[in-house]
Design a protein around this ligand. Structure first.
Ligand code: SF4
Length: 84
């Protein structure tokens, strides 16, 4: 008998991080870094793309979000400089 459970096109690990989910809210993740400009930890120029947790070779994933995709130009309060 065929399964009635729909097959999702992407796994949960690959799904994009939403600003509305609990961990994203806890870390103040925003898809556009400038939206966090009033946050005490935000500094201009800090974006996911230059954060040590960003994985451009893994579908633009973030290690803190189980390698799920985040915006290159996003930001969260766990931003840490990528080692040079
Ligand atoms: S930890 Fe870094 S890559 Fe992940 S959401 Fe925060 S700023 Fe972006």
């Amino acid at each position: 008998m065929a399964s009635l459970i729909p097959v999702l096109p992407v796994s949960a690990e690959q799904a994009e991080v939403s600003e509305d989910e609990p961990l994203a809210k806890a870390l103040n993740y925003v898809k556009v870094a400038e939206e966090a400009k009033n946050h005490p930890k935000y500094k201009e120029g800090h974006i996911c793309d230059n954060c040590m947790f960003f994985k451009p070779d893994q579908n633009n994933g973030c290690a803190l979000f189980n390698n799920r995709r985040v915006e290159k130009g996003g930001w969260c309060l766990s931003w840490a400089a990528k080692p040079q």
